[in-house]
Design a protein around this ligand. Structure first.
Ligand code: TXA
Ligand code: MG
Length: 327
């Protein structure tokens, strides 16, 4: 253990940020809120600290981590920004967009962070994570703070539930505003490739870059997390796009609930009673966890419109429903 803290969860204030910083300086990791999901953060230049993250998550080593920064300057010290990258960072940072960029040679980023790739994923988040990085003065490598393959946490309690006593300190900043992991775009010379959909949409990226952005094929070589077919998996089986709930199923609803459709449900959570996709994204992971913990063997999910952030919601649902033997 890195620390002897008696309380694992502390609300964000100056004193808890200082405790977090001391842990980072000692090569430990901490759970930190961002506007997307909670991250498990460690010094990106310290190989042992980064290795501890992989160990705690039970994460396949080929899956590289995002480097979080608190300024464009900090990012430019280790990643190469061309005009497209500068335009996207200018438009969306700080915010829920991750850029995959060429790694500068002899950068301070530990190779374990990039899993030996010659590219690096960079993001300038909003919220307490940015304050912590600014105080620490170095980039933080941080995957989502969940056991590998499981649902990403959007509250401090969900981090504790997923990783238990493996985490020394979790900063509690309340529920994450976005609730879905960042959009990931790879800047590959003059091309832009969407690796993972998120709340920054393809249309918004194309508007800023003034060019078409391609999406990776589902069966392409693994380049991003989301590319593992089964990811974000609850224990229950997931049935998507259902028009009627079967006996003893949990029901993840969206919009007004038709009593005919839901009459057999064991338990119901509604992503957004008013049919608001932003609200639905923010609720997705916590409601999936809640239904999973209800003990139902199957979760029936209402159809979610394929528009705006609904594309990212459907992406996460499809991965949660994918056959588990692929994990
Ligand atoms: O919103 C988020 O992005 C959250 C918060 C904590 O920032 N983080 C997050 O990290 O979702 P993670 O590790 O769960 O997913 C990031 C994914 C990795 O799984 C990896 O596949 C992809 O980013 N990635 C990282 N470096 C990459 C690289 N050089 N090339 C392609 N994909 C990369
Ligand atoms: Mg993750």
């Amino acid at each position: 253990m890195c620390t002897n803290l008696t309380r694992q969860i502390l609300s964000v204030d100056l004193s808890s940020l200082q405790k977090a910083q001391a842990l980072l300086e000692a090569g430990c990791f901490v759970g930190v809120p961002t506007e997307t999901v909670y991250g498990l953060a460690a010094d990106a230049t310290n190989g042992k600290a980064v290795a501890r993250i992989f160990e705690a998550k039970g994460r396949p080593q080929f899956n590289p981590l995002i480097c979080h920064v608190s300024s464009l300057d900090m990012a430019q010290a280790f990643a190469q920004f061309n005009d497209n990258a500068c335009a996207l960072a200018g438009a969306f940072w700080p915010g829920p967009l991750t850029l995959v960029l060429p790694l500068k040679e002899n950068s301070a980023i530990h190779p374990l962070v990039t899993a030996g790739l010659n590219t690096v994923a960079v993001r300038f988040p909003r919220g307490p994570m940015a304050n912590l990085i600014a105080a620490f003065g170095k980039p933080l490598a941080a995957p989502s703070a969940n056991a590998s393959g499981k649902i990403s946490p959007t509250t401090a309690k969900a981090v504790l539930d997923s990783l238990g006593d493996k985490v020394d300190l979790i900063l509690d900043g309340g529920a994450c505003a976005v609730g879905l992991e960042s959009t990931i775009v790879k800047v590959d010379g003059d091309r832009l490739i969407l690796l993972r959909p998120g709340s920054v949409t393809l249309a918004e990226i194309e508007k800023v870059a003034q060019m078409n952005v391609s999406s990776v094929q589902k069966d392409a070589t693994i380049q991003a997390p989301g590319m593992l077919a089964s990811h974000y998996a609850p224990n229950a089986i997931m049935r998507l796009d259902v028009s009627s709930v079967m006996t003893d199923e949990a029901f993840l609803a969206f919009g007004p609930i038709d009593p005919e459709v839901s009459k057999n449900a064991l338990v119901i959570e509604n992503l957004s009673a008013s049919g608001d996709l932003i609200e639905a994204a923010a609720n997705l992971f916590s409601m999936m966890s809640k239904l999973d913990q209800s003990g139902a063997l199957s979760i029936a999910v209402a159809p979610i419109p394929m528009e705006g952030i609904g594309i990212a919601i459907n992406d996460r649902l499809a991965r949660a429903a994918a056959p588990r033997e692929l994990l």
